[in-house]
Structures are given as structure tokens and as C-alpha cells.
Design a protein. Structure first.
Ligand SMILES: O=C(CO)[C@@H](O)[C@H](O)COP(=O)(O)O
Length: 223
């Protein structure tokens, strides 16, 4: 991972919008269609008001895909499950700054498991929430919707936060990816990229389209 600007844009389809009756086929289809990472949203019905899937599904899909698995834990607490997700095949593990209780410890644990460590910020959480853990962070996920559900509208109010985080990441001198997550489509992606995002997480605008290759290409600048 290279520090942006200059990092190649990553497109990460969000599995939440896939057909859950054909998960392995859906993952293979986005892999064939140019996805760079696969984004996997783990929801507990407690930290967020929805339940998705857990490490069992991750482990099953790991055998069927070579894509980097970008695992977004919308669970609280996350720490008791970090080793399980690492062992199941996560390449990146992102925890929420709001999930607590000890973000620094969570990031240390993820890195200790040999995985890239991420922090996700809900729309109401300021960029400063990561200021004192940047030395442990590989990925910052800026939620551009309230977490829990796909298919919501992109929150423009998050663009200044993306720009602020990009400045913080650059100043840190570390290679930190900035993800945007929620409501990303060909209309909203340009502003997110302009603000400093270099990973586009997209569910509905990829899995909701008939041709995944066309949908992925449409998210890229100049398409
Ligand atoms: O984490 C989440 C929702 O909590 C996202 O990853 C969504 O899954 C993105 O879905 P779309 O807004 O692209 O449909």
C-alpha cells in the first residue's frame, strides 16, 4: 500500500448486496469482473440494528476466492472475535472507533495477528478519533451512511472529514488507505475520490447491476 496521492484506486464490492443464496458464485463473479478487494460486513444486531454473517461464512468463502478479504466488524465488543476472523481468512480487519472499549488495544491485536488494521468512523464521529492511533492504522473507513444497511443515500456531509483524514494520513508519512463506505455509485464516487478516498466500497451499485464488470468500471475516474 502506497500513501496517496498516487495509490491505485481500489474497488471493493460489498458482499452485503450480493445474492446470499449464491454467495460463492457472486464472489467469483466480482473477482472475474475486476474487483480488487472483497468487502465483508459483519453485523451483530447490537452495535448496528441488523445481523449479517460471521466467521463461518468468511471461512467458507476463503476457500473459493483469492481476493483480499476486507472485513468490517460492526460488532461490539470486537476484541473477543479478532483471532477468529483472522484465522477464518480476513486480510484486513476493521473495527469501529465507537465500538470500544479500547481502540488502541484492538489495533495492536489485529496487527499482532499479522493482519492490516482498520478503524471505521460513523458519520457523527470526528476525524480526530484516529489522531492518536495513526501509527497502528493501515485503513480508515469513513462511513458515508449510518452503518447497518446497504442501499442508503451517500452523506455529502462526510466529504470534509475525508479530506481532513487524507491530510492526517499524509502528514503521518504512513501508507494509510481511506475507504468510503455507503451510497457509492458513479455519481458520488468522483467527489469521494477528489476529497482523498482511495478505496471505494460499493454494494448496490455493483451487485444491483446486471453486468458487474461494467458496474465496477463505471466507478473509476474517466469512465
Ligand atoms: O457497511 C455498510 C453498511 O453498513 C456498507 O458496506 C454497505 O454495504 C454499502 O452498501 P451500498 O450503500 O453500496 O449499497
Amino acid at each position: 500500500m502506497k500513501a496517496t496521492p498516487g495509490s491505485p484506486l481500489v474497488i471493493a464490492p460489498s458482499l452485503l448486496a450480493a445474492d446470499f443464496g449464491r454467495l460463492a458464485d457472486e464472489v467469483a463473479a466480482v473477482e472475474r469482473s475486476g474487483a480488487d478487494w472483497l468487502h465483508l460486513d459483519v453485523m451483530d444486531g447490537h452495535f448496528v440494528p441488523n445481523i449479517s454473517f460471521g466467521a463461518l461464512v468468511l471461512r467458507a468463502l476463503r476457500k473459493r476466492s483469492n481476493l483480499p478479504f476486507d472485513v468490517h466488524l460492526m460488532i461490539a465488543p470486537a476484541d473477543p472475535y479478532l483471532a477468529e476472523f483472522a484465522e477464518a481468512g480476513a486480510d484486513h480487519i476493521t473495527v469501529h472507533a465507537e465500538a470500544g472499549p479500547h481502540l488502541h488495544r484492538s489495533l495492536q491485536t489485529i496487527r499482532g495477528l499479522g493482519k492490516r488494521a482498520g478503524v471505521a468512523l460513523n458519520p457523527a464521529t470526528p476525524a480526530d478519533a484516529v489522531a492518536h492511533v495513526l501509527d497502528l492504522v493501515d485503513i480508515i473507513n469513513v462511513m458515508t451512511v449510518n452503518p447497518g444497511f446497504g442501499g442508503q443515500r451517500f452523506l455529502d456531509s462526510q466529504l470534509p472529514k475525508i479530506a481532513e483524514l487524507r491530510r492526517m494520513a499524509t502528514a503521518s508519512g504512513r501508507e494509510i488507505r481511506i475507504e468510503v463506505d455507503g451510497g457509492i455509485d458513479k455519481a458520488t464516487a468522483p467527489a469521494a475520490i477528489e476529497a482523498g478516498a482511495d478505496v471505494l466500497i460499493a454494494g448496490s451499485s455493483i451487485f444491483g447491476k446486471p453486468d458487474y464488470a461494467v458496474a465496477i468500471a463505471a466507478l473509476k475516474p474517466g469512465s
